[in-house]
Design a protein around this ligand. Sequence first.
Ligand SMILES: CC(=O)N[C@H]1[C@@H](OP(=O)(O)OP(=O)(O)OC[C@H]2O[C@@H](n3ccc(=O)[nH]c3=O)[C@H](O)[C@@H]2O)O[C@H](CO)[C@@H](O)[C@@H]1O
Length: 362
Amino acid sequence: MKKPSVLIMAGGTGGHIFPAMAVAQEFINQGCEIHWLGAKSGLEQTLIPEKNWPLYSLKISGFVNKSFIKKCFYLVELILAVIHAKKIIKKINPDIVIGFGGFPAAPGGIAAKLSGKWLAIHEQNAVAGKTNQLLAKFAHQILEGFPGVFDHALNSVYVGNPIRSEIEKIRWAKQEGEFNLLIVGGSLGARGINHLIPDVANLLEGSKINICHQVGRNNKDVIERLYQTNCQNSKINNIEVLEFIDDIASKYQWADLIVCRAGASTVCEINHVGLPAIYIPYPYHKDQQQMKNTQYVVNAKGAFVHEEFKTNCNDLADTVNLLVKNTELLNEMSKQTLSCAKQDSAKIITQKCLTLSKEFYL
Ligand SMILES: CC(=O)N[C@H]1[C@@H](OP(=O)(O)OP(=O)(O)OC[C@H]2O[C@@H](n3ccc(=O)[nH]c3=O)[C@H](O)[C@@H]2O)O[C@H](CO)[C@@H](O)[C@@H]1O
């Protein structure tokens, strides 16, 4: 019997690609054949070949924040990408097409619809992105990373955000002795956080604090210099500055507390690990997507949130100092954080797709 064939569409940042990779792996575990549709200029160009998964790349950029003229050029680019995607779909003949947002998912989703294919979309965030808002109008199934994103539409279901298996295995526990503080700016790093933390580090109390700070590509030298000039605090044991953390699972395991952006995958990974967190959401998104991603866990008292434009190094240092000294509070936060995690998301997604697509083609 022919293996079910699945076309995964995701591109751009890690936030779209990592959940899609977790689902791709689960489809493979279920005996499916997978293909990946990406954009020519995203992180998928390095991540997918490493897995040896067949990658097809469209020439497509983004639509948001463009001038009128550039939006017109985008429309031409979109039409050409839809034509290209239709050819790819004809060649692969997938049984399931599933989009995770990002630039390639829009032309890929339109091409899937025009080719009569069963189409699902997965929205990672608490507020849907532009691509998924468009595709939701005709997708057969909508899969939500946070509950109620599509106003409980009849074809929508809350499935959570798929987590990579190496992260799923980790459970937070406060380590004795030293205090490990992890700073993560999301897949591309976060300028606002990068420039705030060296000043915060200088204000930290308690002994033996270690900091590991992920700063994003090409920011290592600048931020290392900032630590040298702004942070003379002798109580900090060790400061490690990294551009990107390849093995984030080990760092989650290492950390007693994380200060980070609130991208959808980051929030869900932290919930799975039960890692106490202080979120500083990305402040420039028009719908405050990252702020909304934190609401669930902040309401459950599993995390703190500091808004970038309303906070300063003293406020943030106060919260970190409170937690460094208070293991009981950290334990309570960890418990609440874990209660916000949706288990087995990748399995639920693959099973839904396999069942519903089969019914569709009957
Ligand atoms: C600024 C911006 O627009 N951010 C968006 C982007 O964020 P971004 O791509 O940063 O999104 P996420 O937080 O969802 O995912 C980051 C992923 O990268 C991994 N990681 C990160 C750093 C690192 O050093 N190593 C590593 O492996 C994390 O473990 C996680 O799996 O897409 C998300 C998902 O649509 C959105 O919620 C965010 O709002």
